[in-house]
Design a protein around this ligand. Structure first.
Ligand code: SAM
Ligand code: SF4
Length: 326
């Protein structure tokens, strides 16, 4: 079992398979900011599978496929299904903007992909387009199809940005009122481009929700990979989640590390701290050396984020979110 220097059990790996994206969300990869990872440094699927297989031997049980936009990488759907077959990997989930999801849904359902998170910050096409540079229709079509298929682990991830989409909190939450899905409000973290924007707090969102739907009810069942707190309301079919890494730090129970598409193991979103595992992918070190390298790296996984004290950070992350995978 993989354990870090603070005794935290690490069983969750987020794998970014590309830093490229077909959308241009202003807080992540806005117009003018292009992918910067050299194409020839991106690991092949075989190399990624090799790394994940060895991580599974170290105790990683859950894998999230992310990006950039994972589904714009050629054959990513086949790769996702292949990860599901790795011995020891119990759960494979995906986070996507869903613009290219529709044609893959049947394949993902047939192969029991364990969860699909769709990022959706606005339900209005004009606003979605302003934020992302693209239309909303493909994303909505995928959501509708998953609902039609009664897919049972659909999560909508919404970022509420001060002065931009607070007026949609209720409409977004209503998706969880009428459907069996979770709408999760993700707090904007000051990483990369997002430093130019301000998020809104859980308390603010909760106030708006309770005014509209009545008193919240806590959901005790564990629904995701750890960090979200879930609530629901009377007459809701689904749930509302909050992931607020700044206001409600969950570092004490952090169970995750991140692998970038070039093979860098990132130990915490806010720090550069990490190691390069591309040598293992390329066969330059043995599996035993890989195990030693990863185990040593886990010992320097930072204790907690310092989003509230940015000036205290010594080794601040210099990657944008499209490289890190969220
Ligand atoms: N393209 C895919 C998507 O949008 O779901 C996967 C990659 S994206 C980087 C993963 C998640 O990170 C998205 O839900 C996005 O909203 C979120 N994200 C991006 N920048 C963020 C920030 N600064 N703070 C919090 N979440 C962020
Ligand atoms: Fe692309 Fe996802 Fe970043 Fe938006 S949040 S630009 S969809 S990677």
């Amino acid at each position: 079992m993989a354990v870090d220097g603070f005794g935290r059990k690490i069983d969750y790996l987020r794998v970014s398979i590309t830093d490229r994206c077909n959308l241009r969300c202003k807080y992540c990869m806005p117009e003018g900011l292009d992918s910067k990872l050299p194409h020839d440094e991106i690991l092949s699927y075989e190399q990624l599978i090799k790394i994940i297989t060895s991580f599974a031997k170290l105790g990683i049980k859950k894998v999230k496929i992310t990006g950039g936009e994972p589904l714009i990488r050629k054959d990513s759907e086949k790769f996702i299904v292949a990860v599901k077959k790795i011995e020891g990997i119990k759960q494979v989930t995906l986070t996507t903007n869903a613009t290219r999801l529709y044609k893959n849904i049947d394949l993902f359902l047939e192969n029991n992909i364990d969860g699909i998170n769709i990022s959706l910050d606005s339900l209005r096409n004009d606003r979605f387009k302003l934020l992302t540079g693209s239309d909303i229709f493909e994303t909505k079509k995928s959501i509708d199809y998953l609902l039609e298929k009664k897919y049972n682990n659909l999560k909508i991830n919404s970022l509420i940005i001060d002065g931009f989409n607070e007026d949609e909190i209720i409409d977004l939450a209503k998706l969880a009122k009428v459907n069996e899905l979770s709408v999760r409000f993700i707090e904007l973290m000051p990483i990369g481009q997002a430093k130019k924007f301000k998020g809104v707090s859980r308390d603010y969102i909760l106030d708006r929700l309770e005014n509209e739907f009545g008193k919240k009810k806590i959901v005790h069942k564990i629904l995701g990979n750890g960090p979200a707190d879930y609530i629901t309301f009377d007459n809701f079919k689904g749930n509302i989640g909050f992931i607020d890494a700044i206001d409600h730090k969950f570092c004490e129970s952090c169970n995750r590390v991140r692998l970038t598409s070039t093979g860098k193991l990132k130990l915490c979103l806010q720090y550069n701290t990490g190691v390069d595992l591309s040598d293992y992918a390329k066969g330059e070190i043995t599996e035993d050396e890989f195990f030693t390298k990863v185990s040593k790296a886990l010992m320097i996984k930072p204790k907690e984020n310092q989003f509230k004290n940015l000036e205290d950070i010594k080794d601040e992350n210099t990657n944008n979110m499209n490289e890190l995978g969220g």
